[in-house]
Design a protein around this ligand. Structure first.
Ligand code: MOS
Length: 747
């Protein structure tokens, strides 16, 4: 297989580069969606259903409408035409099938039933509380026991005869694992600001995909797509919750059109738990059959996840299962029981993260059953090729090295396997590990790079920075190609009018944008060379194009030092040009011959230490070593930051996060940051992140795969293995609760 060319020693690719947008953020001058203010702007506050199943029998907004400052109350009776998006249109992915206020049926607690628009936020809030709604309520189904499901299942992946192989296997694990509903809680709340100009609307949105958002909103509002513009300059993260539009965006746009005034709607933290998605509950039955030596013979992974009453949402827990291990007999099946809950949504590392929790927890139980070291068990079952897909080769898989490097950095060889057998400072230590994996793909992307007569360079792309460092990666790549200093590079993102770029999802942006920026820069340089050669008064006038070099922002003859040439700003000025630009495109993976016929994934290994203090029943994750094989790392600082954040999120998944629904009302009852627990600084362990940094030949010129979501994969099963090692308590339903730990016999 061909290898990706090495970069020069002084290349900025692979150098820890601070965020170019850091100063804007730390000085409060970065404009997030809810920061946009306009003349005559008014405020919208939604009213949400207080039942989870039933119908609205009466909605009386007269009292609200007569309150001070109230301008409009929208609901099912007066919202006017709103449309659904075209099924199967990949350019218009929506979060919910149903458009807002489409009917009077309530299918989950917190469904929007009305929205009040008033001069001030306070007036709108007060009036929303005064809208009188009567319901005919039925008992909601928010049962978290999905195992009762008896309907059909679909086979996601199958090879061999897993049932026969399991039945005859000498060693077996047969266990059900569960992951709870987890609610996306980015710091920035969802918000929408809609501004109309005639029949055109500009939407300032909290979206992870301005291009998709635009097409969805055009379809929902029934507008030509060119009449909609979506702007997202900065995002305070999203974790998947902001991938696709939610109903409040259409409500805001309709209100603004009706009133012919800009309208702002900011979703409250409480509503974040009911109106804008969550990771669904999963229940996963894992069966592993192995020889006494630990060779896998059979693998079954049958999972269930809840979906809403109208939406088809498959969490995809079997994503990594079919290719992670060598096993001749395997099947993954799935089904989605419906519940009276909102639409689920992709949540960091969707599918693979909860799926790998179950698979890797199962592997750790198998290692204990066999009395084999869990690293050894995995090495023993490492596949040569992707057995789930015609045995095609992996483009770049270095999982063995992840285990080896991780074990060494962690000090794994000092592990004594007995439960409660390791102690430090009066506390019991538990050590556990697990594998991680995540798909890699290059999405289509266009970008333009522009040289300006004022000596600045501008790069434009209709993608957005979710907070991961996308602005900085763009600047790095432009600097790499032009040598122009970072502080003279302007990165313009977050606008659907820009050349179409990818959605910030699936950890795919970096890998998808690099080639487009690089080829855009190459094309812009070519234009500059043409200008330099054809402009009278230019020192390169009349030179043939092959003889003109471009170094550090200067054009010069190949046989000259760059200082003897001319700066691009001078060339443009002499040519009386304001700017020249070049367009670039990324060829998506599915059109790239170098990616065809390869299984392309990132890999990783997580090693976790917990400290258990039985006297006060305190468990803490004290140390995590994370080794990631994510292709070439473009910015190790931003990349390590992604993995550290993901590891902390993994502590939340293992020990804290869970959305509780009240069985009587269907309400998510811990719908605030006091009751929905996420890890804070004292919960964060010492984290050691290592990247193997092997460029992936299937990932374009630069060989970068995604590195964000994979950091969460494998953390929770490594935690539950460590918990077992320390306490002897086997937790199979996350999060690990204090009630579970109190069963520990270890003293
Ligand atoms: Mo991520 S869940 O694809 O935003």
């Amino acid at each position: 297989m061909s290898t990706t060319p090495a970069l020069s020693a002084n290349s900025i690719i692979g150098k820890a580069t601070p965020r170019i947008d850091g100063p804007l953020k730390t000085t409060g001058s970065a404009d997030y969606s809810a920061d946009f203010h306009f003349e005559r702007m008014v405020h919208a506050v939604p009213l949400i259903a207080s039942i989870a199943n039933g119908r609205i029998t009466r909605l009386d907004s007269s009292a609200a409408e007569s309150m001070p400052g109230v301008l409009l109350v929208l609901h099912h009776g007066n919202i006017g035409p709103l449309y659904r998006t075209v099924p199967g249109d990949d350019n218009a992915t929506n979060s919910e099938v149903r458009s807002p206020f489409e009917d009077e049926v309530v299918r989950h607690w917190g469904q929007h039933v009305a929205v009040v628009i008033a001069e001030t936020l306070e007036q709108a809030t007060a009036a929303a509380a005064a809208v009188h709604v009567e319901y005919e309520a039925e008992t909601p189904d928010v049962n978290m026991k999905l195992g009762d499901y008896a309907g059909p299942r679909k086979s996601v992946s199958k090879r061999g005869d897993p049932d026969a192989a399991f039945a005859s296997a000498p060693v077996k694990i047969d266990a059900v694992f569960g992951t709870p509903v987890e609610t996306h809680n980015p710091i920035e709340l969802h918000a929408s600001v809609a501004v109309w100009d005639g029949d055109r609307v500009t939407l300032y949105e909290t979206t992870q995909g301005v291009v998709n958002h635009r097409v969805v909103m055009a379809q929902v509002l029934g507008l030509p797509v060119e009449n909609v513009r979506v702007i997202t300059r900065f995002l305070g993260s999203g974790f998947g919750g902001k991938l696709f539009p939610w109903p409040h965006a259409a409500m805001t746009a309709v209100a603004a059109r009706r009133l012919n005034r800009p309208v702002k709607l900011s979703v409250t933290r409480r509503m974040m738990f009911s109106c804008v998605g969550y990771r669904p509950r999963t229940q996963q039955h894992v069966k592993l059959g192995a020889t006494k030596e630990g060779k896998l013979l059979a693998l079954r992974h049958d999972y269930l996840n809840n979906t809403s009453m109208l939406d088809e949402f498959d969490e995809g827990c079997g994503e990594a299962t079919p290719y992670l291990y060598s096993v001749a007999n395997l099947e993954v099946t799935s089904a989605q029981p419906r519940r009276n809950m909102g639409a689920p949504m992709w949540f960091r590392g969707p599918g693979a993260v909860p799926g790998l929790y179950a698979l890797e927890a199962g592997m750790n139980e198998l290692a204990d059953e066999l009395r084999i070291d869990p690293v050894q068990l995995r090495l023993l079952n490492e596949p040569e090729n992707d057995e789930s897909n015609k045995n095609i080769p992996f483009s770049s898989r270095h999982l063995r090295e992840c285990y080896e490097v991780g074990a060494k950095k962690f000090g794994w060889e000092r592990r004594s396997p007995g439960v409660g057998s390791m102690r430090r400072d009066g506390k019991i230590l538990g050590w556990g590990m697990a594998a991680a994996s995540w798909v890699a793909l290059r999405l289509p992307c266009a970008a333009t790079v522009e040289f300006c007569a004022d000596g600045r360079l501008c790069v434009r792309c209709g993608t957005q920075d979710i907070g991961t460092g996308t602005y900085t990666v763009f600047a790095q790549m432009v600097h790499e190609k032009t040598g122009v200093p970072l502080d003279r590079i302007d990165v313009i993102l977050g606008d659907s009018n820009l050349p179409a770029g990818p959605t910030s999802g699936g950890s795919m942006v970096t890998g998808s944008v690099l080639d487009a920026i690089a080829s855009g820069a190459n094309n812009a340089i070519k234009r500059l060379q043409q200008v330099a050669a054809s402009t009278e008064g230019s020192p390169l006038h009349g030179a043939s194009l092959e003889t003109i070099s471009f170094t550090g922002g200067r054009l010069h003859r190949k046989d000259q030092a760059s200082a003897e040439g001319a700066h691009f700003a001078d060339i443009l000025t002499t040519a009386k040009l304001a700017r020249v630009s070049g367009e670039g495109k990324t060829v998506p993976s599915w059109e790239d011959p170098k990616a065809k016929g390869f299984s392309v994934h990132s890999f990783g290994a997580q090693f976790v230490e917990v400290e258990w203090d039985p006297e006060i029943a305190r468990l803490r994750v004290s140390r995590v070593v994370s080794v990631i094989d994510g292709g070439r790392i473009i910015n190790p600082k931003a990349a390590a930051n992604q993995v550290m954040g993901a590891v902390v999120m993994g502590v939340g998944m293992g020990l804290l996060e869970e959305t509780h629904y009240d069985g009587r009302t269907g309400q998510p009852i811990n719908c605030n940051m006091a009751d929905y627990l996420v890890p804070t600084c004292p919960d964060a362990p010492e984290i050691d992140v290592t990247f193997l940094d092997y460029p992936d030949p299937a990932m374009g010129e630069f060989g970068a795969r995604g590195i964000a979501e994979i950091g969460l994969a494998g953390v929770a099963p490594a935690i539950t293995a460590a918990v077992y090692h320390a306490t002897g308590v086997r937790v199979r339903d996350l999060p690990v609760r204090i009630e579970d730990l109190l069963k520990s016999q270890v003293v």
